[in-house]
Design a protein around this ligand. Structure first.
Ligand SMILES: Cc1cc2nc3c(=O)[nH]c(=O)nc-3n(C[C@H](O)[C@H](O)[C@H](O)COP(=O)(O)OP(=O)(O)OC[C@H]3O[C@@H](n4cnc5c(N)ncnc54)[C@H](O)[C@@H]3O)c2cc1C
Length: 402
């Protein structure tokens, strides 16, 4: 028989691995699908990581190896593959996760596919990619030992990576689109960069072209205020101009932001029940290891609750042979408590229906799925369909639904 996972996590970065730890620890059958040979995501590509709490001086790969070790301890399964599509089975509960070679089935999906560097799309960028154009300082810094390089961008990543590159190269020139002294990076990073003697700046400028023979030997700088262009000699260009979310494989299935980030609520739920997302691929304010890990934890806990609710509902209500009275109540609402007490008395005097009480506050998703906005609400469900609704604690009304 086909193996059905409780959760399949797409992406083995900090978000995905954190979700996997929480899921597996709560005894969910958990699979992580990662396209790369090694897990760790973007975090494993940076040697400088000084802000992950509890690890003041560990590198990105060291921290990510610990995440993986933690997953192994709780029995998370891993497989290598690139997910190309996610589909819903007819009932919407089971999901098919499709890679090039295989299809997996799961009750929930947690998407933690992160983001990838944005390309500028300028002339020469693609031609010289890997021949002087790079998007990863940790991966490529040592190829530029004692050479002169240009860094494009001025956010935290650009500034931190520029500082890191100074350990290898002769000189870094940062090309910054803003006025002199203005950068998007936080103040601490900016101060470190401005104090670094190996970093020089070209303000109010962008790179409009990358040129060379076999390898990069110059860029064309464009002053955004004057429009003037000038040739600038260099041996390499590092691009840090933002990231693009890896969400195309769920386009048309889950709701995306205008920039193609996956929209989630505070419970990491997408608009599709049972599909969650975490980390850099989501539409959020701060994209860091610690926030991705936090998102992953939330997604896994909510995913577990989703399965419990759905399976409970299917077993007790949807698949029941007898008619079922589903009573939405809350222990903090006196009206609904009274209604429950009356309903229980009336119900115990007959045997033709089953009674299922649901705390509407704890089970908000199920309540909203069935359009319950008031409590008490009592639904009579026969063969999976709602046949009567009562929304009062009036004895006559309650009697009619039994
Ligand atoms: C150079 C650099 C330096 C950074 N420095 C820091 C720092 O100092 N501190 C900090 O907190 N953060 C830092 N960050 C940011 C941090 O790395 C990210 O916020 C974090 O890694 C996001 O985690 P994630 O799990 O959401 O995504 P990612 O880390 O991007 O992981 C996503 C994973 O999903 C996989 N994947 C993608 N698509 C598919 C698919 N279709 N099928 C299967 N697998 C797929 C990818 O291969 C990847 O392994 C840095 C990032 C970079 C690039």
């Amino acid at each position: 028989m086909e193996k059905i996972y409780d959760t399949i996590i797409i992406g083995g970065g900090p978000g995905g691995l954190s979700a996997a730890i929480y899921a597996a620890r709560s005894k969910m059958r958990t699979l992580v699908i990662e396209q790369k040979r090694k897990t760790g995501g973007q975090a494993a590509t940076t040697s400088e990581m000084e802000n992950y709490p509890g690890f003041p001086s560990a590198s990105g790969p060291e921290i990510m190896d610990k995440f993986k070790e933690h997953c192994d301890k709780f029995g998370v399964e891993f497989t290598k593959g690139k997910v190309e599509k996610v589909e819903l089975e007819e009932d919407g509960f089971l999901k098919r996760i499709i890679t090039k070679d295989k299809t997996f089935v799961s009750k929930t999906v947690i998407i933690g596919t992160g983001a990838e560097p944005r390309v500028l799309g300028i002339k020469g960028e693609n031609t010289f990619r890997g021949r002087g154009v790079s998007y990863c300082a940790t991966c490529d810094a040592d190829f530029f030992e004692d050479l002169d390089i240009v860094v494009v961008g001025n956010g935290n990543t650009a500034v931190e990576e520029a500082i890191y590159l100074t350990k290898f190269v002769n000189k870094v020139t940062m090309v910054v689109i803003h006025d002199q002294g203005v950068m998007d990076a936080d103040k601490v990073a900016q101060e470190q960069a401005l104090d670094n003697e190996k970093i020089e700046y070209v303000w109010n400028s962008t790179v409009s072209e990358i040129g060379g023979v076999d390898m990069v030997d110059h860029v064309i700088l464009k002053n955004v205020k004057t429009g003037q262009e000038s040739k600038f000699a260099c041996d390499g260009v590092f691009m840090f101009v933002g990231t693009v979310p890896r969400s195309s494989f769920v386009e048309g299935l889950v709701e995306l932001s205008p920039q193609n980030y996956i929209k989630v609520n505070e419970r990491m739920e997408t608009n599709v029940p049972g599909i969650f997302a975490c980390g850099d691929v989501t539409d959020k304010f701060l994209r860091q290891v610690v926030t991705a890990a936090g998102d992953g934890a939330v997604a896994a806990v909510v995913a577990e609750k989703y399965i419990e609710e759905e399976e409970n509902w299917n077993k007790k209500v949807k698949n029941s042979i007898d008619p079922v009275l589903v009573a939405f109540w809350s222990p903090i609402d006196s009206n609904s408590m009274e209604a429950m007490s009356e309903l229980e008395k009336m119900h115990s005097a007959q045997t033709s229906t089953k009674l299922v009480k649901i705390d509407a506050y704890i089970n908000q998703r199920i309540a909203s799925k069935y359009g319950v906005s008031n409590i008490p609400t009592i639904l009579r469900i026969e063969n999976g369909e709602i046949t009567k609704i009562v929304t009062s604690n009036n004895m006559n009304d309650l009697n009619k639904i039994i």
